[in-house]
Design a protein around this ligand. Sequence first.
Ligand SMILES: [Zn+2]
Length: 849
Amino acid sequence: MPDKILIMIKRAASLLIFTLIAFFVKAQLRSPQDFLGYKIGSRFTPHWKIVNYFQHVAANVSTMMKLQQYGETNEGRPLLTAFISSPENISRLEQIQMNNLRLANLAKDKMAAIEDNAPAIVWLSYNVHGNEPSSSEAAMLTLYSLIDPSNAKTKEWLKNTVVVIDPCINPDGRDRYVNWFNSISGKNYNPKLMAREHHEPWPGGRTNHYNFDLNRDWAWQTQIESQQRIKLYDQWMPQVHVDYHEQGINAPYYFAPAVQPYHDVITQWQRDFQVTIGKNNAKYFDANGWLFFTKEIFDLFYPSYGDTYPTYNGSIGMTYEQGGGPSGGLGANNDEGDTLTLYDRAMHHYTTSLSTIEISSINASKLVKEFHKFFNDAVSKGVGEYKTYIIKNKANDIERINSLKELLDKNGIKYDVAMGSARGMQDGFNYQTGKDELFSIEMGDVFIQSQQPRSALVKVLFEPKSRLVDSATYDITAWSVPYAYGLTAYASKDQLNMGSRSEKSIMHNEETNYGYVLPWKGIQTVKTVGQLLQKGILLRYTEEPFEINNEKFDRGSILVLQTANRSFGKQLWNITRQIADSNNIQLYPVSSGFVDKGYDFGSDKVHPLKAPKVALVTGEGVGSNAAGEIWHFFEQQIDYPITLINANDLGRADWNNINVLIMPDGNYRYLSEKANVEQLKGWVNSGGRIVALESAVSQLSKAEFGIKMKKNDDDDKKDSAYSALRRFEDREREPISGTTPGAILKVDLDNSHPLAFGYPGYYYTLKQDDNVAEFIKENGWNVGVIKKNSPVSGFVGARLKDKLKDGLLFGVQDMGNGSVTYLLDNVMFRSFWENGKLMFCNAVFLVGQ
Ligand SMILES: [Zn+2]
């Protein structure tokens, strides 16, 4: 027995030693420099080390900090937030959270008592743009300074403030930049801007894995980083939110207050407190002799930013910008002859972080009171002149309406669905005609009330026209959801409600023994079709409308028939049903190919639909956002295989294995060589199909594919003898009359052409440039045209109004056995222009089949 006892003693001893070591290590809270082994700013810290540091602090000071992983990126990196406050607050963190939701009228336990004297919540979001990397370095300094026992000041602030730190919103982008920089920089950094370390390669680290700009995605939440983060954000609803960025290396630091335009839903308190925060930041910058600017460049309008979205959700939302970014490296020579270092950049962000927490703490009770008022006003009065937005339940819009409901759910916006029809008519603004009209209410109509906690956001997303105080805005000015989603909608000044919350239905499709019809209505239909095609099932689509079993079916309806699918036997129907059920798509069983009206299933107006072999041009020269939107769409939205080819490798592509080539917005050097153009034309003539978007269209035009771009009539016309006279101080404003930051135009559609199947006779396009093509005169189809100048929403510069009429925006040109589809506007814009996606799918799956 002594052996065993000895072993036990040994084990106990080693356990004790281990515990002692763990205790000793645990008891030692380390500064970032101690922990990392280098001074912040002297190197770039990869994401995993930032995670390690946050875990180290959480393990040591659990009384003051709670670390939560709220998600994971596309590349598998963890997404974290740290909640930091006094031990008293951390011990009742859940109560504080619940109380804060009650202040916002968002808690489920509405009757519970509200504590007005609650701590303020300050949320700091770092590094949304991965190649603006100094802020994640600053996040570690901020964390340490809040926790560090020797810092008495921060302990005072944390008595009435909960700080939430998201050290890196976009870890995939950050590591793309940081790993690249670390892999190519020398022993010492080189501050000369011509050195390669100041020029990151395509696509850069700004965006996430799918090349999406996460600072344009807050409201739309198309990306998993945004979806997971905003889910957590909605459970907290901070009073103050800061989004940390970097800008060009010569720009001084920017902080609030923001520049006009401010959206008119922003309250006086929100405007005033931006100034209060700005002045506190200025105090520290002045003391250090650091330059800064406010009230310029960064506006508060487009709803999907890290400053506006929190603002429309009751917070003081702000953007802070440090000079640096991807050309900053570890140190860079600026125009003043100084070397701007990563250390400087991190220190500036660190300083505004602490200053923002300090001023929020000083004003905590006022912040909480005004926050409470924001939501009380929202619920009791509602924001804006319209009290109810009504979405009509049109049979063809079922998928559009489902997408809208998803968007509303993601944003915590309440809505109801009419349980029946109402007597009499209502009066409201018709989005389609732009006029006040009478309309009726029918079963299934969706109601969105203005009087609800998210009232400000509802107004911003649904108002028919965005009102601009100033047109020099930083981003698009038109996003009205009924247009973006292609819905029939009314805005009413009356409070209408006759609905109840709808439950999601689960699809169970009926059996068949002859075939199914699948109406072509949206992305879920396309996904279903794509999955059937990948199983090897041959489908057909109808060119003309038809009626069978008393049901009317539109053009583009998909048929699943036994013909050419005999090898599947009875399994054909099971597979089809299973795929349709999983996509929540209704199948219509038919028992014969004999139709009551229209062409029978054996007619040559019914075409076989083969699985397209799709390639996307990407890589250097191609717009990374534009290519990313399409890549993400295929992989994450319709789950259909796609081959990405670098633009530089196009000449060596295996053309026999592609039948649809997608050319997104970009600069195609490939087309500048005659031999390449001949190769591409040859491929199209032998049956290839090109889908060209935005600037790819004008380059195909230059390469003489047949499409011609419209010239600006008044390019060389002078308005008056005095048009050359202009004031020097107006020079930044002057070019505005020639630009379109984004406007919604109504396009006439020929929906008898496959490119417009599934659409009514019109489409609202997001116009971001002045590109219009001439009508195609021969061998082609003018599917989407603008006949006269019809801006619906947003801003169109005065000089452009004449050009944006009588031209083509969407068309198809037949070439030999193949075709070229021209989409002059981006129908996939940021993946939120929901109604454009079906047109893109038409181009890929139907056109030319
Ligand atoms: Zn940025």
